[in-house]
Write a protein that binds this ligand. Structure first.
Ligand code: ZN
Length: 446
């Protein structure tokens, strides 16, 4: 691999703190799958990268789904009969059931309890709960607080609106020399949760800043979208762009101190799958590789059978495997500057590898071309490792299909990169291979 780094990535000690600082700014905002929290978040990101904000009307049909009504919230609380606020949205936005319909009434403890959510296993933490599809109202609180509630008349108020509006998302496109694209996607629908969604948002924004300053072969498309409905909406409205997407990563859970985990695309052997797997194997003592399964984040949509994009997911500790997941403990202390810096660095390194992959195209791919008449066996024959060199010719011809780089060919064949490169050079000389990056499409375009 070329040792020069063509990305204008940051290498300073400050990067982790800067990522954490952005997370601190975004943390208090009450986001959801629609509404002003998403707009406010995108407006802050726009200070870093010129993001395009898109608004899709409620009621729009997106594949089998419908864009929901827009939810906005100003305040929510529970007061006891003495007028004391015992649960207060202003102190922590997780206290309100996300997408709660407006309510204002006085209830007995029994009725109140039907609308309360807590975590008996972690009695000091407040859970994160949503009710996007069932119209309901509710509050989340610590289990200890729930246990302490006495018989009383409780006044509950959720000052929210749920009515036709828009689904909002952000998109940022960086044009490279090729029309072929790399897709980087993260979800922006979670309220005050740091690892689950703010880490991915911050890293995507900072990597986009680095790419913006760099000379790129690929084009890059960054999506800041609400989970599930956002990716479904984007995919349904951009089907004409999908054939350009050659590689993609969903970013999530990148701020905790666990090892990196890569979840493969549905294809399982896409170039991005091979590249991330081989990178982690080379660079990390501990890492995990997860085969695709149809649950998780937006890879579910990008890897649905009718879409089937080469999109994997990059995370540290997977969702559901750390107790802080979807609770108030996924807070500013849970995500660490040094972990964020490592995640930024990993993503930059992966992109650098994509950008520098050397690929060739077999110009005579129907059956093996006749090597003897081109003097190729003779040319390599004098070398002491001639058997390896002959195998290298066959490997290079067989895998130069536009999907495999010299590194891929070396790894798959078990032959040293230099032997593969020598074979490739010999094949280029007799016009059996031609250099290719990333694909002839942009040459044809010109
Ligand atoms: Zn989540």
């Amino acid at each position: 691999m070329p040792t020069t780094d063509s990305l204008k990535r940051r290498r300073d000690d400050q990067i982790g703190d800067d990522l954490h600082h952005l997370i601190e700014r975004l943390y208090p905002i009450c986001r959801s799958i629609t509404g002003d929290g998403v707009r406010e978040t995108l407006k802050i990101l726009d200070e870093f990268i010129p993001i395009e904000i898109r608004e899709i009307p409620s009621g729009s049909e997106v594949f089998d789904w419908t864009v929901p009504d827009e939810w906005n919230i100003r305040d929510a609380w529970i007061k006891d009969s003495r007028g004391k606020k015992i649960v207060d949205f202003q102190k922590l936005n997780l206290h309100v059931l996300n997408y709660s319909v407006p309510v204002e009434k006085t209830v007995k403890l029994d009725e109140l309890k039907e609308h309360l959510f807590s975590l008996p296993d972690h009695p000091d933490w407040v859970p994160y709960r949503t009710s996007y599809h069932d119209r309901n109202w509710g509050f989340c609180l610590s289990h200890n607080q729930l246990l302490g509630l006495q018989e009383d008349d409780y006044e509950v108020k959720v000052d929210s609106t749920l009515q036709p509006g828009h689904l909002t998302y952000g998109e940022y496109f960086i044009e490279g020399t090729s029309t072929e694209e790399v897709l980087i996607s993260c979800h922006i629908c979670h309220p005050s949760l740091c690892n689950d969604n703010l880490s991915g948002i911050a890293i995507a924004a900072f990597v986009a800043m680095a790419l913006r300053e760099s000379e790129l072969k690929y084009s890059y498309r960054f999506l800041f979208i609400p989970g599930t409905i956002g990716s479904i909406t984007w995919l349904s409205q951009n089907e004409d762009k999908l054939s350009n997407i050659k590689h993609g990563l969903v970013l999530s859970l990148l701020g905790d101190s666990g090892k990196f985990n890569y979840k493969k695309s549905r294809r399982g052997d896409a170039e991005i799958d091979r590249l991330v797997t081989s990178h982690l194997k080379r660079e990390r003592d501990e890492y995990g590789i997860i085969d695709f399964y149809p649950y998780g984040y937006d890879e579910r949509q990008f890897c649905s059978p009718g879409i089937n994009l080469p999109v994997g997911r990059l995370s540290r500790t997977p969702h559901g495997e750390f107790p802080e997941y979807h609770t108030s403990a996924d807070n500013l202390d849970f995500v660490r500057p040094e972990s964020l810096a490592q995640s930024y660095d990993l993503l930059c390194s992966l992109i650098q590898e994509l950008e520098s992959a050397e690929k060739y195209l077999n110009l005579s791919p129907k059956c093996e071309p006749q090597l003897g008449k081109r003097g190729l066996f003779k040319k390599i024959g004098g070398q002491s490792n001639s058997k390896d060199s002959q195998m290298a010719l066959l490997w290079a011809l067989n895998l130069s299909d536009g999907e495999h780089s010299i590194r891929d060919i070396s790894e798959q064949s078990g032959l040293h990169r230099d032997i593969i490169k020598a074979a490739v050079d010999a094949l280029v000389e007799v016009d059996l291979l031609k250099p290719l990056f990333p694909h002839p499409s942009h040459e044809e375009r010109e």
